[in-house]
Design a protein around this ligand. Sequence first.
Ligand SMILES: [Zn+2]
Ligand SMILES: [Zn+2]
Length: 312
Amino acid sequence: MRIQQHAFSAFSAGNPFLKGALHVHTTRSDGRGTPEEVIRLHHANGYRFMALTDHNLINQQNLCPDVPMTFLTGIERDFSLPGRAANKPHCVHIVGLGVPGDDRLPPQDFHPEWAGRGESCADAQPMIDQMHAWSLSTIYAHPEWSGTTYRDFGVLTGNFAMEVWNSGCVMDNGLDNHAAYWDEALDDGQRLWGVAVDDGHSMDQHCHGWVMVAAQDDPASILAALEKGEFYASCGPEIHDFYIEDGVAHVDCSPAASVQFVSLRHPLPCVRSAQKDMTHASCKVPEGLRYIRAVVRDAGGLQAWTNPIFLR
Ligand SMILES: [Zn+2]
Ligand SMILES: [Zn+2]
């Protein structure tokens, strides 16, 4: 699959889309599957790259080397907050991704001390800053599960993305409102991309939410494309292109039941197809929007999310 370059396109020209898993647990922390089982499962589901992000444990390697899979360095770190009994946020979890071999990264199996606890999200900033000092790019994980609304986590700086779909949160807790938190962040001017992940702990939680990154198949190219937002998030549908031309936003996608255009504070059309086979939708972009993004839903209700195109 190739994508074309348009004015204000969300993707860069010429690179194939690679399917990737950015938030994955194994028996190296509290996951049920061994690294080998988890890597084999992702390979069987068409993944080209992944990161093992076990809690407070660095992984840099393909731990199932006979499976062809590109690896990003991965870790998830956590910080505790007062919790719901105090009507306060519960925790801050941050996923860190890197390019294996970068000499600022901690070594394989490095186990940083627990980052501790604080009173508010702002107290977690030193943990995030330390991850950046280790040359990791950071994602704000599952805000809804963490009990942190944008009012709470909006103070944090340096994350390039946040989770808009987390299979574990949906399967365990029915929490699927992360994209609403994303719109609050985007409306407030944050340049945060949206990723879909599994955060899989049990084996049945893997391979439901992923990113499709327009990149060459090497860790540096993949991480650079992630940081630039040259990807989309999906639980099923494909998004071939998302662009604005002559004041009209366009989505090209796999057969869809609907394509919804989204910008907080301005209702935009949800284009529907009775036959559920629409592969293109468009929407005139009203004056004054801060950003626009789109959500593709297939006949089974599975979603894919473009990243936003920022308009001011
Ligand atoms: Zn977490
Ligand atoms: Zn996790």
